[in-house]
Write a protein that binds this ligand. Structure first.
Ligand code: 6PG
Length: 249
């Protein structure tokens, strides 16, 4: 995969001045992928949402004008990159964050939203259930892997992404599409997409902002952290980062 000449990151890198500009650029990118009233390509658009704080401003932007009315929400099929082992109404839940900023504000039918049941007592069983849901609701890509159209990801300070944390067993999982994750901060128990699922996507898009992410971006470039394992087999890898995160790359 070609490295960006300026930053050395794999794939294609877009640097914007501020976190707000990153959110606006990604919102435009997503709108272009699912325009309302499009004659061509009216099929399902399967997107895995990222958790954490960075995508919050993107989701709020998408739920407001003009995006609210220029995106073909009826095409969207919503999945999650990961989820914390908390109830869905817990403020720490990624579903809770995505619902409060986007999903409750746009006309996506509830049955097109596929949440991870990470509050389950048996996380392994819940992860296996989600893997099955991916397999039965998405088209099969390479090696019969469920194929998402777009996976949104963040980058942790330690170079994790989704809930693929350094030194954890989830990094080694290749035989299934979702698995148990282990964070190094609360809530520690997670469910996460695995590398095979992420790398089978048509597009993987990282949103990274803030100076505290500089070291993690450098570590991605050096290939020493979990986010460096994101390398779509036949899809595109895109980075949308702000100037603060990109500085001294
Ligand atoms: C989560 C996310 C996680 C997040 C990174 C970055 O559940 O927390 O999936 O991978 O994307 O930790 O988080 P911030 O965007 O809050 O910096």
């Amino acid at each position: 995969m070609r490295a960006d000449s300026a930053t050395g990151l794999p794939g294609e890198v877009h640097v914007a001045s501020t976190p707000g500009a990153v959110a606006a650029t990604v919102a435009d990118f997503i709108q272009e992928r699912t325009p309302a009233g499009a004659v061509q390509d009216t099929g399902p658009f399967a997107i895995a949402l990222a958790g954490g704080e960075t995508p919050r401003s993107l989701y709020e932007r998408l739920s407001a004008e003009p995006y609210r009315h220029v995106i073909a929400w009826e095409r969207w099929r919503v999945y999650f990159g990961d989820e914390r082992a908390v109830p869905p109404d817990d403020p720490r839940s990624n579903l809770h964050m995505a619902s409060s900023t986007l999903l409750r504000h746009v006309p996506i039918p509830a049955h097109h939203i596929h949440r991870m049941r990470a509050e389950a007592a048996d996380l392994d069983a819940a992860a296996a259930e989600y893997a099955q849901r991916l397999a039965t609701t998405l088209p099969a890509g390479a090696a019969a892997t469920p194929r998402l159209d777009l996976v949104l990801l963040g980058l942790g300070d330690n170079g994790h992404t989704a809930s693929l944390f350094p030194g954890t067993s989830a990094l080694e999982v290749r035989h299934t599409w979702a698995t148990r994750g282990e964070a190094d901060y609360e809530p520690r128990d997670r469910i996460t997409l695995t590398y095979p699922t992420i790398n089978a996507a048509g597009t993987v898009l990282f949103m990274v902002t803030g100076d505290r992410k500089r070291a993690a971006l450098r570590a991605v470039r050096e290939g020493t952290v979990p986010a460096a394992g994101v390398a779509p087999h036949d899809g595109e890898l895109l980075w949308f980062i702000d100037a603060a995160a990109a500085e001294s790359m």
